[in-house]
Structure formats: C-alpha cells, structure tokens
Design a protein around this ligand. Structure first.
Ligand SMILES: [Zn+2]
Length: 378
C-alpha cells in the first residue's frame, strides 16, 4: 500500500509522505512480511507527532472516514498495557464515507474488522507508532496507562486553549478595564453600606434576611381579603456573603494578571509547574470574566433594597399587621436613611447615607453584552 519515496523530491508539502520518507528499512521489511497483509506498523515516530501531522490526519478523517489509512498510521495491535500518548479528543468518524460504510477497525481489539465510529488519535512510544483507537476499549486494553494519558491530555488541551486565548484577553483589556472600574465604584459603596449597618446593628442583616427569605421574599401590605403580595427586592444586600467590593477586586486581579504573559510551555511537558500555572491562571480568568454579567446584575439588584419604594413596602407590611415585627421604620432625610427594626430577635437601629443615583454609573447590561470577552466566554 505504501510506496517508499526518495527524500528531497517535490513531495515536501505532504507531511505524510515526508514521514514515510523517514521510515526505516527495518520496519518497512517487517510490514511487508506480515502474515496479515492488511496490517502494518510504521515505527517512524521517534517523538510524538506535531500539530501538522495531527491536523493533516484530522482532515483526512473528515475527508475520507478512514483514519487508519492516513500515511504513517499503524493498524497493528500494540503490546497489551503499552505506553500511550493521546493526540486528540474523541473524534466521530464519518463512517458513511468509507467503502461499504463499515465501521473503523480497532487496532486494540479488532484490527481487521470494523468496530467503532468514535475514536482517538494516539501515539505509542514503545514502538514509535501512531494508531487510531476505539475510545471505549482503550481503557480496558491499556489500563492505567490510558487513564494517565487521559489526565495528561486534559492538561495539554487546557494549556493549549488558554495559551491561544491569552492574547485575545489581553486585547480585550482596554475595553474591559473602564467597565470593571465602574463596577468597582458601585460595588465598593454597597459593601461599605452593609459594613456600616453590620457595625451599628449586629445581627440585623442575618435575622431580617432570614425572616424575609422564609416567607419567599414576598409581603402583603393590607388586611383586605385577597390582598396583593409584593416582592421585596435586593435581599441579597443582607445575605451572609454579600461583598461585591471583594468580588470586583477578584475581577480586577484577573485583569491585572492577564497583562503578564503565560509561562513558556511545551506540549510534552505534562504535569509541570508551567502547566499548573497556566491552568490556574486560565481558570481564574475564565471564571471571573464569565461572571461579570452576573456580578453586575447582583449589584443592581442588591441596591434595590435601599430603594424608597422597597423600604415603603416593608413599612406598610409592618403597619398592616401582617408581619411578625413590632417596628419597621426607615426614616429618610435627603440621602440619609435611619432604620429601626424590632422583633423577637431584638431591636436594631442603623443609619446610612445612600445616594439614590448610585446606580447611574453602573455599566448597563448592553455595555456588558458588548464586551469582546462575552463573545469568548459566551
Ligand atoms: Zn477496540
């Protein structure tokens, strides 16, 4: 099937042909004398093949549905529990394109007859060969070597993806930074307001939040039959872990970190310090940038707690006699709010200044949606 070719001819463009040119006479002889003439071993890869070979192989599979016929790919069985390096994720082979529409033979369990439709590209360093293997039986046939190869493949795939992503994130920073800065200004004010309330009225946030959440955050402000109930907004402002300042700071840390390049990295370095650094920084960036929209909405919603309409509803709830509270009063004078709340949990008094136009500087949903990082992480 494979004709030896001379080096230095104009086949240089074809990577597969180039590889066969380097394929030793020893392995050529072996393959020519195999009893099953259809099966061949090409011991031509002293090291794992590079991206040109893998991309060409992938294209060949898409074009022909015959992964095992790509030049240089072996079809023989590797040794049981052979060492293996996975070169691709699971690839669904277009088997309808194969002559007769057969399934793909699996070198591990069924080298001569059709066996599977989804498999993986693999490199076998013990016999310097590449094979396309059925992903289901590989674990059984190759044992812990396959489990380890999968672990390393996931590391490689993540590192490669983050390395490719990094320049795009860097390019997005000039657009991102002012948005994050605006989020920070509003988030910091809300965190401080909550801190002031906690300092003046320890236990208020916890008990009030608990009482309102227990009734589904809805209150009835009249004793009339069939009286309407109203949503209390922004209870998140009183929740235990409400701290948008700290959340935006983590986002800012990520933006600063994106400025520094990722460490240099080779695909074959496995579970190295560089790999670990890339995955750690990449994941942190992905997590925080994916969360921007939610963080923005959380800040907007939490600020609604201090909105006059919301505070009025709570006062009316108390005065209608529908609440378990003896006092709920939010006296407002200009931007100042003086809160007094009394129930079985005790009497709480606090006073804060809340600028009603606080949200005017919050980035809009549209501004967030227009960020290029939203396209990346959409
Ligand atoms: Zn198999």
């Amino acid at each position: 099937m494979i004709q030896p070719v001379n080096c230095g001819q104009e086949h240089a463009k074809n990577v597969g042909v180039l590889l066969i040119a380097g394929y030793s006479q020893r392995s050529l002889n072996r393959s020519m004398h195999m009893t099953d003439s259809a099966l061949q071993t090409f011991s031509i890869f002293n090291d794992r093949p590079g991206p040109e070979f893998i991309d060409g192989w992938r294209q060949h599979i898409a074009d022909t549905g015959e992964p095992e016929k790509y030049p240089g790919v072996s079809t023989t069985k590797p040794a049981k529990s052979a060492n293996v390096v996975l070169l691709s994720d699971e690839i669904r082979v277009p088997t309808a394109m194969r002559p007769g529409g057969d399934k793909v033979p699996c070198p591990l369990c069924s080298p001569s007859t059709g066996k599977f439709g989804t498999g993986r590209m693999a490199y076998f360093p013990d016999d310097s060969a590449t094979r396309f293997i059925g992903h289901d039986c590989a674990k059984r046939y190759l044992g812990t070597n396959y489990t380890e190869a999968e672990r390393l493949f996931r590391i490689e795939a993540q590192c490669a993806a983050f390395i490719q992503l990094w320049p795009k994130l860097q390019a997005a920073l000039p657009q991102l930074n002012p948005i994050v800065q605006s989020l920070y200004v509003v988030g910091k004010i809300l965190s401080q307001l909550r801190l002031y309330i906690d300092a003046q009225a320890t236990g208020f946030a916890r008990t009030f939040h608990g009482d309102l959440v227990a009734i589904g955050s809805r209150v009835v402000t009249s004793r009339d039959q069939g009286a309407k109930s109203y949503d209390i907004r922004g209870l998140e402002f009183l929740s235990k872990d409400f701290n948008p300042e700290s959340d935006v700071e983590k986002l800012m840390n990520v933006c600063r970190d994106i400025l520094s390049p990722l460490p240099s990295w080779q695909i074959n370095e496995g579970d190295s310090p560089a790999s670990r650094e890339i995955i750690k920084r990449g994941r942190a960036a992905a997590r925080r940038l994916r969360g921007i929209s939610e963080l923005r909405n959380q800040i907007e919603e939490a600020a609604q707690f201090l909105d006059p309409i919301n505070l009025n509803l709570l006062e009316q709830w108390r005065s209608s006699g529908n609440s378990p509270f003896t006092v709920i009063r939010f006296k407002r004078e200009g931007d100042r709010i003086d809160g007094v709340v009394e129930s079985y949990a005790g009497r709480f008094e606090w006073s804060v200044v809340y600028q009603r136009d606080l949200l005017a500087t919050l980035p809009t949903k549209e501004e967030i949606a227009a960020l290029s990082v939203m396209e990346i992480f959409g």
